[in-house]
Design a protein around this ligand. Sequence first.
Ligand code: NAG
Ligand code: NAG
Ligand code: NAG
Ligand code: NAG
Ligand code: NAG
Ligand code: NAG
Ligand code: NAG
Ligand code: NAG
Ligand code: NAG
Length: 833
Amino acid sequence: MDKLVLALLGIIYILGTCSAEFTPADNYLVNCGSMVDATVSGRVFVADNSQSVVLTSPQTQSIAANTSLDSVLSFDNAVLYQTARIFTAPSSYSFKMKSSGRHFVRLYFFPFRYQSYDLAKAKFKVSTEDVVLLDNFTMPSNSSPVVREYSLNITREMLILTFVPEGNTSSFVNAIEVISVPDYLIANSAQLLHPIGQYLGLETQPLQTFYRINVGGPKITAENDTLTRTWLTDQSFIQNPAVAHPVTSQGNLNYQKGGATREDAPDSVYNTAMRLTNGSSVSNMTWRFNVDGRSSYLIRFHFCDIASTSSHLLIFNSYVDNWSASNNLDLSEQVLGVLAVPWYVDFVLQSSDPSGKLTVSIGPSGLGNVAPDGILNGLEIMKMNISTGSVYVVKPPSASKRQLPIILGSVLGGICAVIIAIVLCVIVRRKTAKKKKPQTPLTSRPSSSWTPLSLNGLSFLSTGTRTTSRTSHTSGTNSDTSYRIPFVVLLEATNHFDEQMVIGVGGFGKVYRAVLQDSSKVAVKRGNQKSHQGIREFRTEIELLSGLRHRHLVSLIGYCDEHSEMILVYEYMEKGTLKSHLYGSDQPPLSWKKRLEICIGSARGLHYLHTGFAKSIIHRDVKSANILLDENLMAKVSDFGLSKTGPELDQTHVSTAVKGSFGYLDPEYFRRQKLTDKSDVYSFGVVLLEVICARPVIDPTLPRDMINLAEWGIKWQKRGELDQIIDKRISGTIRPEALRKFGETIEKCLAEYGVERPTMGDVLWNLEFVLQLQEAGPDMSHINSMNHISGLHPNTQRISTLEISTTDESLLVDYSQMSASNAFSQLMNTEGR
Ligand SMILES: *[C@@H]1O[C@H](CO)[C@@H](O)[C@H](O)[C@H]1NC(C)=O
Ligand SMILES: *[C@@H]1O[C@H](CO)[C@@H](O)[C@H](O)[C@H]1NC(C)=O
Ligand SMILES: *[C@@H]1O[C@H](CO)[C@@H](O)[C@H](O)[C@H]1NC(C)=O
Ligand SMILES: *[C@@H]1O[C@H](CO)[C@@H](O)[C@H](O)[C@H]1NC(C)=O
Ligand SMILES: *[C@@H]1O[C@H](CO)[C@@H](O)[C@H](O)[C@H]1NC(C)=O
Ligand SMILES: *[C@@H]1O[C@H](CO)[C@@H](O)[C@H](O)[C@H]1NC(C)=O
Ligand SMILES: *[C@@H]1O[C@H](CO)[C@@H](O)[C@H](O)[C@H]1NC(C)=O
Ligand SMILES: *[C@@H]1O[C@H](CO)[C@@H](O)[C@H](O)[C@H]1NC(C)=O
Ligand SMILES: *[C@@H]1O[C@H](CO)[C@@H](O)[C@H](O)[C@H]1NC(C)=O
């Protein structure tokens, strides 16, 4: 019986102590680049190839690297530094947030050599959707580990940490922690040091921990802290140790309401301190820290009077950079007039000294009636306004939908998408191979899957010799994603280039539908050796495409250059060109929403071309015939034969002979032969017009002023009457607000001069906004404050009374029934450049 009572008491005691501790709602610990989980001081860092981690990275550009344990053994948390994930293209980790509010985000870095990668030379950016954590970041030269800790108020459902290589280097990370902390950890206000006042707005302020010091006490590591923080000793920061001496207390601390809590700092911080030594010549105790000059800092002093024998004896001053912080501070007056009460006070230093030094001092008060004294238990220095750079986001595939897009970069990929794509494409291929569909509607430049993995995974070259060609990637890295395919394999796949298999003809040559040995479908583009668009464009396409992996860009599966053949093999795009779905064929019309989604997808692909690499890539031939649709009507940009890498940093354009397609050509480029990414924006503007008007960009059968769609459309748009000329089949389903924004976007894209046109990123944003307007209805007033939105006129709040069709599934069913049209193949023949 006694034992039972004891056991019960024990349980109650354990429960009691447990519930007093803070349990983080979000607690992500990731061991990057590792195949196995690692346990560090009782905390489990999961391998980043495990299911619970969402890593979004272009294929082959995320490398799991390791080094020997011996080389890291001398560091704390050695096992975390033994592996790293290296990225050669923008990539992200995303974390679903269970709780909104303050979180610690910790990043671990240790530079080592792995194969051809020297991480000590890496230079990169790390950003969330709202804040740039690191910019132009390089490792310090002493090759020791670096841990960066941030305190972020995360209110989104998902935290996306994007790693972006800068220069022509790579980025990397060894481990990541994302952990909820109590909301009260950072209050909204603090005292301003100079000018004296109150600082408001800490609540939303991102902070970076610069220093966290257990003054007068030992180092505290994650396992002994209430929030897994690390507290360093003050030994290397104190300037005049002679005037101070450490004090420690074993006694109980009097935690009080209104004072600090155990989460603010653990007992071992408040139980140790530095105290001013009572001597004949009393001066200040001063600690000095290296910080970034001219930056803002939040400075938190932790106090606890563990030294006095009664109240009102310990009264002192504190200073930051010679500015007075607290004057005649009497700790026993702060909370309840008792001793040993943990307490802290926050100050904001708006601009640190240009020298990059920050000093904190504790000195005697000026009062005559108390002995000179002073104490400090702990100190935290946190940088505010971490970086001014612009954020870069690589969204995980599932996060792209239904979020207000403030997307500056969007590279999609990632494990989930690839797996899903493979599964889908295996299913589709199985089905299609069995059915032997009668002439699928097609196009000059087709395809249909996520290639690199389907290549490795399905091994369609199992009988052929697979030679890897290392082509140069635009960002200067190697990629193994382009494969040389033996001619015999292609002969077989196309039934000896059977004319029956031709699905398109272009200036380059013919495009064949082909079925590989594993019965997967591909599109084979065979260069015409007499073609004037010869070998150079063949090379361009191989080089550009083999480095490009994006959900909205058609993938190159391989090529063949045997017997002076020029053959490119692409993923097969089941649903053909966007153009064929707009006019000139008997296919059912695409819904307005589907059209918008296609525009958004292609804008994303182009935006990636323009910004995803060190040098931007200009497509030069943006048109509806070069936007292909997969079996789900998802858009992918194709045909990179004319693409050029953009201007070097010191130039603003590339001078080049004018190429492109009539009707889409940027007039400025035409006149001045100066190519910029804004030429693509112009052409894309024409595509947008084509999408909403559903007519050819050049139609010589029409009256003179209507022949050129760009000229004609912009005339109506400028009159505010775009609604008069849009596709009658969908005009009833477009909300006026959405149409207005769409029209404005077109108008901006078609601006006379490139400088006046938006970037592809802006276009993307605007299109996503159009989709929001279309779906969310007219009440978008809360978004009006965002600077992206201009020209929303409040006087036009007519609400469309028409029902908006959102039955995508039914549309898909319809489309699966469609068949090829004769009109279509005629169109294809006029397609050649
Ligand atoms: C990295 O991991 C591989 C596979 O586990 C192992 O063979 C290799 O020795 C490791 N390299 C180092 C430097 O530890
Ligand atoms: C990073 O480097 C680029 C170019 O070297 C420079 O323009 C930019 O201002 C730098 N950013 C930061 C935050 O130092
Ligand atoms: C970029 O690559 C070139 C040549 O490979 C090299 O000389 C240069 O140092 C690299 N730049 C950076 C920032 O690593
Ligand atoms: C986080 O920011 C939101 C406003 O964006 C604010 O309402 C909330 O109180 C903040 N949370 C904390 C813990 O500061
Ligand atoms: C940390 O905790 C461990 C056991 O939990 C203990 O052995 C160690 O002394 C503690 N260290 C400090 C600095 O308190
Ligand atoms: C400090 O020194 C003064 C005289 O110098 C003495 O009166 C006082 O008692 C001392 N205080 C402590 C706490 O030792
Ligand atoms: C503070 O004052 C000391 C002594 O006057 C001086 O040496 C130091 O440079 C000052 N520090 C700052 C940041 O102004
Ligand atoms: C302590 O430092 C402050 C600011 O630099 C200075 O005004 C004060 O005179 C110093 N006190 C002593 C005792 O040196
Ligand atoms: C931080 O940056 C914001 C916006 O750039 C600015 O409004 C604010 O004043 C800055 N805060 C500090 C403490 O410098």
